[in-house]
Write a protein that binds this ligand. Structure first.
Ligand code: NAP
Ligand code: MG
Length: 455
């Protein structure tokens, strides 16, 4: 393995920048730096820490356009999405900055003294980030980690290190002390693995494939290292006949094709009550065919390219020439990793198209018979990340929400990621939760202190 990696523009295949990839020794050096910076950061007054994180948020907001443009270049995200992603980093920093001064423990009634709990930071936290949402996923890790008083070593994905590197520079500009927030690009098998194996890294936050997540859990076990894993998905949209059918049908494709389907929450199984199956397909067709797949830097573009040749090959392998293509949009030809939005039907429930994460702009549409069948089908994968339920029956909305084994459910909406609310998966979609009011505590150990009043 060479020690540089050419970051490519996925729209053109041109090299954006060659980036040095860290060796295991360089990860050790970064961990040593983070460890040295830890005591002073932990002991920084809560109000000062909060102020520094808010200043970091403000500087990120001031650089929103620059960060967004960089994400268009390295990841092929549409400019509109990329601006939202940069803003999300700023919002998440502000949100967790608000937690620093409210990291409350308990005072517990006990005989013979007083008892109090503390939320102590771990020390060095390792964060391993995928390429599909380089900025938000980084922020969901580093913002609460820093707010809780930890220091951080973050390894971005090899294909998308540029925005993370820029965020580290902006942190220094904001006055976050040297060594507190370290971004070290590297290959997963070298730098990522070393971060997981390093005994001084007390917690790993990983987002990515289920296969690597399992590997990380195994590697972390001998050290009983704490882990949070956000892994794959094969999430459903469930459309009942008692919903606003046209609105539900028209919204469904975007919940798959946003970010070119490279979204762990992509609602890539569209389950439709049998009586409205044809209607739903008819409404969807115009939306899918009308999608503008084009240069992601244009404000008018709905969908950009895939991240890499590897990902394009993977997606293509799911859509061979004899695939049951119901309808497909357009995509540019020539240079770049382009794949058109694609709807597949009919697809049987035993097909890998029904159960495997494709991570591209490909969805299956499958009929169901009744509420029980909808729940059964929704749960018929190893994953359990998101689900969207469309119905105007309140009782049904609640029954199905409770019945579906997923961590993030929306009713008459596709809103899955909201920084105020917990995010994460059941089953093979992961372990632990990010975001929301409790996430900061997941970056701490609870310490109980009893003080005798009898001596
Ligand atoms: P991946 O290998 O799981 O990569 C995610 C991150 O983990 C990257 O930073 C990667 O580094 C790193 N990594 C890889 N092997 C590692 C190891 N042994 N120890 C520690 N870190 C390691 O995902 P991918 O190969 O980019 O994508 C493959 C498939 O995973 C996709 O097709 C998709 O199905 C799924 N995926 C899911 C999500 C999600 O949000 N749930 C995100 C990305 C991918 P490198 O960049 O150097 O590999
Ligand atoms: Mg990989």
């Amino acid at each position: 393995m060479t020690d540089t990696f050419d970051v490519l523009n996925p729209s053109t295949e041109e090299v954006v920048q060659a980036i040095h990839m860290a060796s295991a020794d360089e990860i050790d050096q970064a961990v040593a730096k983070a460890k040295a910076a830890f005591p002073a950061w932990r002991d920084t007054a809560p109000g000062t820490k909060a102020t520094l994180l808010r200043r970091f948020a403000t500087i990120v907001e001031e650089h929103n356009e620059e960060l967004a443009q960089l994400e268009v270049l390295e990841a092929g995200h549409t400019i509109g999405n990329a601006r939202w992603e940069a803003q999300n980093v700023s919002n998440v920093l502000n949100y967790f900055a608000g937690g620093v001064e409210r990291l409350l423990g308990h005072q517990i009634p006990v005989p013979g003294g007083i008892d109090i709990t503390f939320h102590e930071p771990f020390g060095v936290v390792g964060i391993i980030v995928p390429w599909n949402f380089p900025m938000p996923v980084a922020g969901w890790g580093f913002a609460p980690a820093l707010a809780a008083g930890n220091t951080v070593v973050l390894k971005p994905a090899e294909t998308t290190p540029l925005t993370a590197l820029r965020l580290a520079e902006l942190a220094l500009e904001a006055g976050i002390p040297e060594g507190v927030f370290n971004v070290i690009p590297g290959f997963g098998k070298v730098a990522g693995q070393r971060l997981v194996d390093h005994p001084e890294v007390r917690k790993i936050v990983f987002t990515g494939s289920t296969a690597v997540g399992i590997n990380i859990m195994q590697s972390a076990a001998p050290q009983l290292k704490r882990i949070t894993l956000e892994l794959g998905g094969k999430s459903p949209t469930i459309i009942f006949a008692d919903s606003d059918i046209e609105a539900a049908a028209k919204a469904a494709p975007l919940a798959v094709f946003d970010n070119s389907g490279q979204d762990c929450c992509a609602r890539s199984r569209i389950l439709v009550e049998r009586s409205i199956y044809d209607d739903v397909l008819a409404h969807m067709e115009s939306v899918v065919k009308g999608m503008r797949v084009d240069n992601p830097a244009l404000d008018t573009t709905d969908m950009g390219p895939l991240i890499s040749q590897t990902q394009l090959d993977r997606v293509k392998s799911f859509v061979p020439d004899n695939a049951p293509i119901m309808f497909q949009g357009d995509a540019p030809t020539g240079k770049g990793f382009w794949f058109p939005p694609t709807i597949l039907a009919p697809v049987s429930q035993s097909d890998r198209l029904y159960s495997d994460e494709i991570f591209g702009p490909v969805a299956v549409v499958v009929p169901f018979d009744d509420e029980a069948d909808a729940i059964r089908q929704a749960n018929a994968t190893d994953y359990g990340l998101a689900a969207s339920i469309f119905t105007n029956d309140v009782g049904r909305a609640i029954r199905v929400s409770r019945g579906v084994e997923s961590g993030v459910i929306s009713v008459n909406s596709h809103s899955a990621v909201r920084y105020w609310t917990p995010f994460g998966g059941f089953k093979k979609s992961g372990i632990g939760r990010e975001l929301g009011p409790n996430a900061i505590e997941h970056f701490t150990e609870t310490k109980n202190v009893f003080i005798s009043t009898e001596s």
